[in-house]
Design a protein around this ligand. Structure first.
Ligand SMILES: Cc1cc2nc3c(=O)[nH]c(=O)nc-3n(C[C@H](O)[C@H](O)[C@H](O)COP(=O)(O)OP(=O)(O)OC[C@H]3O[C@@H](n4cnc5c(N)ncnc54)[C@H](O)[C@@H]3O)c2cc1C
Length: 428
């Protein structure tokens, strides 16, 4: 059945970016329809398994990141707790675990490092908040780590911390401006959310719908066409939506390209992928947080810090930065789990996600953060993009939330300009 619908703004994709764009456009006074081929939330959706709430891989909200400000402006609240403060460094070659410094204070106690590294790293961790990330855009994060003059052990520690902050498996592929800024954010603190990231999704759906946006779940946008009168048609199998402006927030640049009326000339960085093992456990593991030093591995216990598990239980996320083959990655993650005190008998619920895209395009060394496509880099006035590979602000969800807000504003302004032009034509 072809149901026609005429609105000011259509948003395609109801992940964090699309939900924010729809809420901002609706609050700006526009009539808005938002469609998603699946349920709202995208990669931020959480699932319930046997009483445990599992995010899709480890998710932490950067307390001082741009995303928190966007959520605040939309009145979306959340609660949660910081991670367990003691982290261990895991060396796969030896199977060893050693206390890892994550702050200037914990450096002194770490047996993982020699004195010279401790002095250099202490200086780095205390001066990092004052460093200007933008001046590092030309070099890669790997070159930046190499420039610090650390031993290979010290470089391994700072590389592990940078990987955890950026989710980049290969530090050669991410610009140092983005990496240093993200490391600064990570040191300022992250929050594990009560109820999982679903709480953000639910809050954003409420913000969008209470402002009047209509959310269509289970509807794929199959075409986006520019009409001769300056408006657009977005087609789904069920209806045709006519709009003055459109936000394409489809997650991946490939899905966005497939819809745009003109092929865009984007130069994109490499994606960051991960293999994730999400566990619901009967008990809290002996080692709560571990970062791989000779392999890009990570383990973190998200509850009981955040409310995600039944009493006495724990949610633990393990991840390999840079997904390879499913059996190889799963075995490697289970070896880390065992080393941290987790046995098969502790497991109540588990899920292995063999290849997740954490970020669709990392900022490239050279142009850095400012080299990512802008929200209006679509080749068509009135069509905007948003996602974790768009705009000059932040990484990961911060980039999705910030570009979603900017695209929502841009879409309302374009729609209002169109209306003014149309009224002027009629008045002539
Ligand atoms: C393992 C993992 C760990 C992460 N950890 C963190 C973290 O700790 N901190 C952090 O800040 N970020 C983290 N992230 C990143 C964060 O989850 C994402 O950046 C963010 O959720 C992306 O939101 P989005 O709206 O840009 O894209 P998506 O969530 O991908 O949403 C895109 C939506 O568009 C829909 N869609 C696609 N094509 C169409 C179409 N043609 N028609 C209709 N709908 C369509 C999809 O169904 C989807 O719902 C992590 C991601 C992963 C995978």
């Amino acid at each position: 059945m072809d149901d026609r619908c005429d609105v000011e703004v259509v948003v395609v994709g109801a992940g964090l970016a699309g939900l924010v764009a729809a809420a901002v456009a609706a609050r700006g006074g526009a009539s808005v329809v938002l469609c998603d081929v699946r349920a709202a939330g995208g990669r931020a959706r959480s699932d319930q398994r046997e009483g445990f709430v599992l995010n899709q891989g480890p998710h932490a909200l950067y307390r001082s990141g741009a995303g928190v400000d966007v959520l605040g402006r939309l009145g979306v609240g959340f609660s949660g707790s910081p991670p367990h403060p003691a982290a261990s460094g895991y060396t796969e070659a030896t199977g060893g675990l050693a206390r890892l410094p994550t702050s200037a204070g914990s450096l002194v106690r770490s047996p993982a490092l020699g004195l010279a590294d401790k002095v250099r790293l202490a200086r780095l961790l205390t001066t990092l908040p004052k460093r200007q990330g933008a001046s590092f855009a030309e070099m890669s994060a790997a070159e930046w780590v190499a420039s610090l003059g650390l031993s290979s052990r010290g470089a391994g520690v700072i590389s592990a911390l940078t990987r955890v902050a950026t989710y980049a498996g290969d530090l050669d592929l991410v610009a140092a401006d983005a990496a240093v800024a993200q490391l600064q954010l990570a040191l300022e603190g992250v929050i594990y959310l009560d109820g999982g990231w679903q709480s953000l999704v639910d809050g954003l759906v409420a913000a969008a719908t209470s402002a009047g946006a209509r959310v269509l779940e289970g509807e794929r946008a199959t075409a986006l066409q520019a009409r001769t009168d300056g408006t657009f048609e977005v087609c789904t199998p069920a209806r045709t939506l006519q709009a003055a402006s459109v936000v394409v927030a489809t997650g991946s640049p490939a899905a966005a390209r497939a819809l745009l009326p003109h092929a865009p000339a984007w130069e994109l960085g490499a994606p960051a992928t991960a293999a994730c093992l999400d566990l619901g456990l009967r008990r809290v593991p002996a080692t709560m947080v571990a970062f791989g030093l000779d392999q890009p591995l990570y383990l973190s216990t998200h509850s009981p810090k955040a409310h995600l598990a039944p009493p006495g239980g724990a949610v633990v996320h393990l991840m390999r930065y840079g997904a390879r083959t499913s059996p190889e990655d799963k075995d490697q993650l289970w070896a880390l789990a065992r080393r941290c005190g987790i046995g098969e008998r502790d497991v109540v619920a588990q899920r292995f996600l063999h290849e997740m895209t954490v970020c669709h395009a990392l900022p490239r060394p050279g142009p850095g953060l400012t080299g990512r496509p802008a929200i209006d880099a679509t080749g068509t006035a009135g069509v905007f993009i948003a996602g974790d590979w768009v705009g000059p602000v932040g990484l990961l969800a911060d980039a999705s939330l910030a570009s979603g807000e900017a695209a929502g504003r841009g879409a309302v302004e374009h729609a209002k300009r169109q209306q003014t032009n149309d009224s002027a034509m009629v008045g002539r």
